[in-house]
Design a protein around this ligand. Structure first.
Ligand code: ZN
Length: 351
């Protein structure tokens, strides 16, 4: 009897993959077949007495999960985009398993780049971006959002400098954040093969532009295209190394970094001033942030490996104004989709 049931389910599954049909959507459900995911057989109807009565396979829509654990929020996704927001929380203290968060100081962290600055409204901007992806594609990016202030945990530092030495709750929160980033990366690799992590930050520098960080310093970017191309150490240390090795039109690393099809060019054309891009290949004397721990640890630099590229996005204060949230998100999502359609082997956004 069990064998018969297994056989029936196998037929059921095969018919499921062989035909394009899925149950007509209920009111308000998405009607795009690409936006459904086959979660297999939703329920076992019991063995039919007649093969003709086997029911139409059930495809269940992707259902996003939101997990909030140890002061970190993780939202699951179904496109190869991961958004990380490490410095946006205004939550003042708390505890995990009865252990209180400990305030960071220069002394108890030893952090050479010690900072407790809040990246104001980056969570709002990430929420607007999440909503814009849903509006434009009907799909969801992965989201990892810190829920404790930077003055307790700096999620964009290596653990050694991120938390006060010996602090328990701070360490658990840091681990949780990076475990969720890894989980998102693993899921994207499994479903899509490659993907892009966008690490959201905010700066208050004089020049209003989005600083795109690839782990290349301002002086690296000051080098000519010829020099950056002549030695592959620059591509290898960048957070888009994987893309430079394999992209749809075989563009070179420098073309991807600041050519006419670079992310910077797509973003600028979509309405957000930024650097680097073809018309502004380096920041010159302007203050510029090139990318922090998250980009280094979770991007595709050769010492990390893998196929998830990363770009740090340092948004200026104008781009992060509440009134501009939707416009900034609109430009950003347009640029991400155009860039990924052009360079990545994915049809996650449609043809
Ligand atoms: Zn930041």
């Amino acid at each position: 009897m069990k064998k018969l049931l297994y056989f029936a389910l196998l037929l059921f599954a095969l018919s499921c993959s062989a035909q394009s049909g899925y149950l007509p959507p209920q009111n308000g459900e998405n009607t795009d077949p690409e936006q459904t995911e086959d979660r297999g057989v939703a329920e076992i109807p019991g063995l039919p007495s007649d093969a003709d009565t086997i029911e139409v396979p059930v495809h269940v829509q992707f259902k996003r999960d939101t997990i909030i654990e140890h002061y970190v929020e993780f939202r699951t996704g179904n496109i190869p985009v991961i958004i990380s927001v490490p410095h946006g929380s205004t939550v003042e203290g708390g505890s995990i398993n009865g252990e209180e968060f400990v305030l960071r100081t220069k002394e108890n962290t030893g952090d050479p780049s010690f900072s407790t600055v809040l990246d104001t409204r980056t969570i709002l901007l990430a929420d607007c971006t999440d909503a814009e992806f849903q509006r434009k594609t009907g799909k969801y990016p992965y989201m990892i959002i810190a829920g404790i202030r930077r003055k307790y945990v700096d999620f964009n530092r290596s653990k050694q400098y991120a938390i006060p030495e010996g602090s328990v709750a701070n360490g658990i929160a840091w681990d949780t954040y990076h475990d969720f980033v890894k989980a998102a990366k693993d899921s994207v690799v499994m479903k899509f093969g490659t993907g892009l992590l966008l690490d959201f930050h905010g700066h208050s520098h004089d020049v209003k532009q989005v600083e795109l960080g690839y782990i290349l310093s301002s002086s690296d970017l000051g080098l000519s295209d010829e020099v950056l191309s002549a030695n592959d150490k620059y591509a290898k240390k960048s957070s888009i190394y994987s893309l430079s090795l394999k992209n749809k039109t075989n563009l070179s690393f420098v073309e991807l970094l600041r050519g006419e099809f670079s992310f910077g060019d797509y973003l600028h054309k979509a309405g957000l001033p930024c650097v680097p891009r073809s018309k502004k290949p380096n920041p010159g004397d302007e203050i510029y942030l090139s990318g922090g721990y998250i980009n280094k640890a979770h991007g595709s630099a050769s010492n990390v490996g893998g196929t998830i590229d990363a770009i740090q996005l340092e948004f200026d204060s104008t781009a992060r104004k509440s009134a501009n949230c939707e416009d900034t998100a609109y430009s950003l999502v347009s640029a991400v989709i155009s860039y990924m359609k052009k360079h990545y082997y994915t049809n996650a956004f449609g043809k």
